[in-house]
Design a protein around this ligand. Sequence first.
Ligand SMILES: Nc1ncnc2c1ncn2[C@@H]1O[C@H](COP(=O)(O)OP(=O)(O)O)[C@@H](O)[C@H]1O
Ligand SMILES: [Mg+2]
Length: 385
Amino acid sequence: MTPNPAAPSPGAPGASPAAADGGAGTTGLLRPHAEQQFAAELAALAASDDRPRPPAWRLSPAAVVTYLLGGTLPDGTVVTPKYVGPRRLVEVAVATLATDRALLLLGVPGTAKTWVSEHLAAAVCGRSTLVVQGTSGTAEEAVRYGWNYARLLAEGPSPAALVPSPVMVAMREAQVARIEELTRIPSDVQDALITVLSEKSLPVPELGVEVQAAKGFNVIATANDRDRGVNELSSALRRRFNTVVLPLPGTPEEEVQIVVRRVEQLGSALELPEVPAALEEIRRVVTVFRELRSGSTLDGRTALKTPSGTLSTAEAISVVTHGLALSAHFGDGVLRASDIAAGIVGSVVKDPVADRAVWVEYLEAVAREREGWADFYRACREVTG
Ligand SMILES: Nc1ncnc2c1ncn2[C@@H]1O[C@H](COP(=O)(O)OP(=O)(O)O)[C@@H](O)[C@H]1O
Ligand SMILES: [Mg+2]
């Protein structure tokens, strides 16, 4: 089972000293939290935000949308776009968080559900770390509360022996709790959320008390389209959520833009040696992914078989990042077809038999014939074997 970051020692419920430092001292971290990495943007947004804020919110809903989609503030601060997609969808998501309904982000893998959830929590309450990671082994303690058994045995049930879940901490402290992969959580554990979301209360019968949610508490859950039917959400629970479906990027240009931006950020976070913007190769990766995903060439002329993997934008990002590392350390510092070929083949060919056949067909029928793709075709053939 995944260790639960939300089972801190009593007395330090989810307290994250790093989150409180306003972004200073995070440069040595491999992956700072959103509220650390974008502390300056969040502070500038708060300073210029004169719209009404819902109880306990750090920003107004409009400012949260600006944080997600990007913009320029009156004082000249540039807010970088975190999410590329329909504005309306982000507005619906943010508005939901200001109501008594929770937010469910639904979509195929790699559509930025986790990413959006983290940034929403960071913008709304300044803390994205109250997370329950949903797995088939997620127990009720991860959603409600557990006990520090040493203290429980020594002292009996007491507030000090109680280990709150991230959800309980969020209720107490008027924060947003995040639940990842909700539909992987066994149904009986999911049911524990119904009381929380409908009554906004979490009873602790052992202590004869209940924790009532402070204004500002809400929940963002994510769930995978492909997991449908794994642990279907009960209708009782579904009714407590507003569902927002995150789409795959609408156009190749949009997807290229997402990959370029993310690769840039990752490259600088990993301190990879500078490799010139490799738009050409990025376009190629995005084209291959989109064509195989949709089962047709971009011009719609040739029907294609689709491989078993999801070929998400997130995977395109890692193919390019990996290619940049290859090129920087072992190549001539320019991203070439040979740097991305192995990554692409790895993403497409998950099943060594069926996917390989799909891939070889794509190479022969599409890549080989395409103008300007000779280097790519050759590099891919070489690693496909
Ligand atoms: N529309 C988008 N806008 C911005 N980034 C995106 C978009 N789609 C995908 N990404 C990027 O891809 C990755 C998505 O990963 P993740 O949020 O883990 O996906 P999911 O949780 O939906 O499986 C993130 O790094 C994010 O930057
Ligand atoms: Mg996710």
